[in-house]
Design a protein around this ligand. Sequence first.
Ligand code: PAF
Length: 281
Amino acid sequence: MIETVTQLKRLRALVRSWKKAGLKVALVPTMGNLHEGHFSLVRQARRHADKVVASVFVNPTQFGPNEDFDRYPRTPEADAAGLEAAGCDLAWMPGVDEMYPLGLAHTTTVSVNGNVAAVLEGERRPGHFDGVCTVVSRLFNQVTPDVALFGKKDYQQLAVIRQLVDELQFPVDIIGAEIVREPDGLARSSRNQYLNETERAVAPQLHRVLREMRAACAAGLPRQLVEQSATQALAQAGFVVDYAVVRQRDLAEPVDGQPGERVALLAARIGTTRLIDNIEF
Ligand code: PAF
């Protein structure tokens, strides 16, 4: 039976008792409105630990002033039921006061420096990764997990968190989990439910374009041409494109002609909904 916890004191007592019994603890951080992508993280977490904690917290500090914090879907009862069915032991559902005890105006902020946080999402969503690193650091201090799982759909977030953990030397192993997709290729995301019927029909084009980018790179086309064609294809499908790029796995710009592992990343708006997706190759 899952326990839903809202007070840090209770969370700490439970985790302490597990650790005293020699049990390994996994954390799956989420913002709730859970779907199969999250539940698959919980099931994977079970393979790495004896106890699985999922946090459900819509983190205000990672949303920009014109972003969707207010309309972000909040479904705590359904989340707790879904987590239980997926085999989660504890749902950590703190309020804003529990997460930010001095209030949002007096938050101690954690910020990752360097290219990995500055480019792409970092450029377009100023302060976003500071908010993510701030809340993830707090979650690590609260839950003290041995292992934490993050989905690869947020490819750059995962890279930023890896740097955060390396640099601040959090004693936690980070596991990146494969993207969970709908049968038509659309990556599972809580934001998919903002899409109307027409937008939903267009949204899988993101994955189609990513596969085309992978094929074009494999065929040896110059990176800039690949990026231009992808931007055009998405615009034709009805997206307003933020970026369509090919990067090295560490998100640095690849040198043309130099072989190596790559990732293609897209961010684009359809209607009022901004979607991101990526493919590694
Ligand atoms: O990926 C998310 O859902 C959030 O960015 C995270 C990691 C839970 C931090 O709020």
